[in-house]
Design a protein around this ligand. Structure first.
Ligand code: CP
Ligand code: NVA
Length: 304
């Protein structure tokens, strides 16, 4: 049993289903949210920028009656002034949960190994599991049952796609990830998602892949920390923009998702992200509902 949430496969299908139902219930009735974190602190350590993750997690902690402590790595000298493990041990003395956005996933693993309190991944180079919770919450709101639904991720088989693969596997979503050669979803992620019972395919041609999809999802071509590769990536991903033609190829039933931040004119056209099929603002707002359900569960001692 893990008390940590470093990737979506820390959950079982039942526990993910319960979190989604809890998130929906509290979204409908915010007055029912319990003070699950009363008199408790939650450390929020960010090595990278954030608009959604920091704010949604802070508000979720406040909603649960807790106190969020936002910490930049230079404030604590993460790995410089003292080791990652010593920072984590210190924060665990004051906080019921440690949540962190890091460059290297191994930093989260080191924190988790050093402390007894749950460690939550707020994005690493490998995974973005809190995003994936909001993604499947948004799809659940829109589509009802997710079993057998088809989602096509077009773009970089990176952290967001990986967590989506695990969330899809646990929800019964059939996921295809269409990427240019060299930017595919990792074989290890595909294998692990399939071992969970998921239907995960990788593809090269986005037009073939999206046909009949219930949702088309994309993410930035250049993730945080990869800025030096931006020109090469722009060239590699040409032809992978989610534009009106691609959404037409998907069909009228397809909705559009994006974790944000978005770059209109790169991975998505303005017409699509600002158009009627786009669920991106509902998806962004759902970050708070999803992480609130997760934090309450962790505070109550929930484990996968
Ligand atoms: N989607 C997401 O994680 O956004 P931020 O980087 O702004 O937190
Ligand atoms: N793949 C992106 C997601 C941002 C939320 C990144 O890591 O920068």
């Amino acid at each position: 049993m893990t008390r940590d949430f470093l990737e979506v496969d820390a959950l079982t299908p039942d526990r993910l289903g319960a979190l989604l139902e809890q998130a929906r219930a509290w979204k409908r009735d915010p007055g029912a949210v319990p003070a699950a974190l009363a008199r408790k602190g939650v450390a929020l350590l960010f090595e990278k920028p954030s608009a959604r993750t920091r704010s949604s997690t802070e508000m979720a902690v406040v909603g649960l009656g807790g106190h969020p402590i936002y910490i930049r790595p230079d404030e604590v000298g993460l790995g410089v002034r003292e080791s990652v493990e010593d920072v984590a041990r210190t924060l665990a003395g004051y906080c019921a949960i440690i949540a962190a956005r890091v460059f290297d996933h191994a930093t989260l693993e080191a924190m988790a190994a050093a402390v007894e309190v749950p460690v939550v991944n707020l994005l690493s180079d490998r995974a973005h599991p809190c995003q994936a919770l909001a993604d499947v919450l948004t799809l659940r709101e829109r589509l009802g049952s997710l079993d057998g639904r088809r989602v096509v991720f077009v773009g970089d088989g990176n952290n967001v796609a990986a967590s989506l693969a695990f969330a899809s596997a646990l929800c019964g979503i059939e996921l295809t990830v269409a990427s240019p050669p060299g930017y595919e979803l990792d074989d290890d992620v595909v294998d692990r998602a399939r071992n969970l019972g998921g239907t995960v395919e990788v593809a090269i041609d986005p037009y073939e892949a999206v046909k009949g999809a219930d949702a088309v999802y994309t993410d930035v071509w250049t993730s945080m920390g990869q800025e030096a590769e931006a020109d090469a990536r722009r060239a590699a991903f040409r032809g992978y923009q989610v534009d009106a033609d691609l959404m037409t190829a998907a069909g009228d039933q397809a909705v559009f998702l994006h974790c944000l931040p978005a770059h209109r004119g790169e991975e998505v056209s303005a017409e699509v992200i600002d158009g009627p099929t786009s669920l991106v603002w509902q998806q962004a707002a759902n970050r708070m509902d999803a992480v609130r359900a997760l934090l309450a569960d962790l505070a109550a001692g929930g484990g996968a």
